[in-house]
Design a protein around this ligand. Structure first.
Ligand code: SAM
Length: 496
């Protein structure tokens, strides 16, 4: 993927080098250096109480009144330190006499913030160290501030590439370990993504000649893409806004989705259509998998659509808009009441009032079998396809997360097939390319029944190159490094 969405942090947040003056009045709670303090507080909350950075950071920025450069710096430091945590920890480990694991949990986020400034931003090293040590003194005390100072001075002696050449395993001997440290992903995720791309850890593609670029060359491009800031993509809800409206507000037309537009910079809420909920932030692949479901030709009725896992309502809003345009109706189902409230807000005022939301468990459906013409199952999953946008997710997920979800994913798909009428179509979608929860679930469910068959999903997304995946290319798999989108998976199944 091109580099157009690269964060602007290398353009130096100049004003943030120092701690903001010394010897002033003792000003108790007014936070000095609010950007670094806010980044620290988010990292602590993510580490100590499983907070979500993408939810907590915006609310702290608002609460503390951080705007402009301060907000940009806090965002860069938070996301950067979380994304590159694996690399920075390996480097920090080499700079500490004892093991990094023995470092206090209050101090660790300070060290990661310091490492990020020193190794991946244009902040001058002396400013990065002194501001971070000031922060350490305020949050963890003088003594541990001295420790942070000593460690960060060692970190600052080399650049990122020199450090990774020292701390990462040799690429030939241990390609997975090498990529894991250099691109900051847990080993199991590197292996899972390589398998989904059809590459093996020994090099090259399964059953094909080794790729130019060395072992796991495409996996490496994917891992690198996960460390880039994703562009903001908007959807113009069909029947309520047009892409031209968004373009008029400063966005550019999306490459693939006829409803999508990219916002190069700024807050999406600056656009009137977003404030009025006629448009919303939505990844382009999310738009396209929903669109593909609506493109499959049906014999007979096409009036009743089901979104079996609707919360928070992104795809439901798009489907309700398209359903309204065809005089069809969408039932949006969500098991969590709070999330169902978000769905209701997302689909309200759809054309012809086509969307209805209910709180229900789609594995125990209250509707009769064969009631729907089109069904979407956007299953709960590991979210390994959205690692760009959820910076801490890669450290939180485990292989067990995927295994735990599998029975639910299978149950939802099986009930969705029951809900489709003969000749109807079901879309199984995950925001993950991890094989056990994509092909594994689909093929496991199909092996147990004879009333459904896969369609060639890529045929319904002809405008998107390089998306066909799996046996005979029957599935669709989007990729951040190929398409600039999340790694969404799509299977389309026709009910016999
Ligand atoms: C990946 S999200 C769906 C995202 C959504 N389609 C969108 O585009 O905004 C999966 C959703 O399924 C819901 N869910 C999980 N189990 C469910 C069940 N048994 N019945 C209905 N919804 C369920 C989760 O609460 C979650 O909101």
């Amino acid at each position: 993927m091109s580099d157009r969405s690269r964060p602007s942090h290398r353009s130096s947040p100049r004003k943030h080098g120092g701690s903001g003056g010394k010897g002033g009045k003792t000003a108790p709670p007014a936070p000095k250096d609010p950007a670094r303090r806010t980044a620290y507080d988010v990292l602590r909350a993510v580490q100590d109480r499983d907070a979500y950075a993408n939810l907590l950071l915006p609310s702290l920025l608002r609460e503390r009144g951080l705007h402009g450069r301060d907000a940009a710096l806090a965002t860069e430091l938070t996301y950067g330190a979380l994304r590159r945590q694996g690399t920075y920890d390996a480097i920090l480990d080499a700079c500490i006499d004892r093991s990094l694991r023995s470092v206090d949990s209050e101090v660790l986020p300070v060290l990661r913030l310091g490492a990020h400034q020193l190794l991946s931003t244009a902040i001058p090293p002396h400013a990065a160290v002194s501001a971070t040590v000031d922060l350490a003194r305020r949050v963890v005390g003088h003594h541990r501030g001295k420790f942070a100072n000593a460690v960060l001075r060692k970190v600052g002696r080399r650049g990122l590439d020199d450090w990774t050449a020292i701390v990462a395993p040799d690429r030939t001997a241990d390609p997975v370990g090498h990529l894991s440290v250099v691109h900051s992903h847990p080993r199991w995720i590197v292996e899972a993504l390589a398998a989904a791309l059809g590459e093996d850890a020994a090099g090259g593609a399964f059953g094909a000649d080794p790729e130019p670029g060395g072992a796991m060359a495409e996996t490496e491009r994917l891992l690198a893409a996960h460390n880039e800031r994703p562009r903001v993509t908007l959807v113009a809800k069909p029947g309520r806004a047009a892409v031209e409206d968004l373009v008029g507000g400063g966005a550019t037309r999306a490459q693939y989705s006829p409803y999508g537009a990219y916002l190069p910079e700024g807050d999406p809420a600056q656009l009137r259509e977003v404030r009025q909920r006629r448009a919303a932030v939505q990844d382009e692949a999310s738009q396209l998998v929903a669109l593909a479901l609506t493109r499959v030709g049906l014999d007979g009725a096409d009036a009743r659509w089901l979104d079996a896992c609707a919360g928070p309502g992104g795809k439901a809003a798009l489907l309700a808009g398209l359903a309204g345009g065809r005089d069809a109706r969408l039932l949006a189902v969500e098991v969590q009441a709070a999330r169902a409230g978000l769905v209701a807000g997302a689909v309200e005022r759809s054309p012809r009032d086509a969307g209805r939301t209910v709180v229900a468990d789609s594995t125990r459906p209250a509707w009769r079998d064969g009631a729907f013409d089109r069904v979407l199952v956007d299953a709960p999953c590991t979210g390994l396809g959205a690692l760009r946008r959820r910076p801490e997710a890669r450290w939180r997920r485990t292989p067990e997360t995927a295994a735990d979800l599998e029975p639910l994913q299978r149950g939802l798909l099986a009930r969705a097939l029951d809900a489709a009428r003969p000749g109807g179509v079901v879309a199984y979608v995950t925001c993950s390319p991890h094989l056990p929860e994509t092909r594994g679930v689909v093929e496991g469910v199909l092996a147990e029944r004879s009333d459904a068959e896969p369609l060639r999903a890529a045929d319904y997304l002809g405008e998107v190159p390089d998306v066909a995946a799996g046996p005979e290319g029957r599935y669709v798999q989007f990729w951040p490094h190929r398409h600039g989108t999340d790694a969404m998976f799509l299977a389309l199944l026709r009910k016999r």
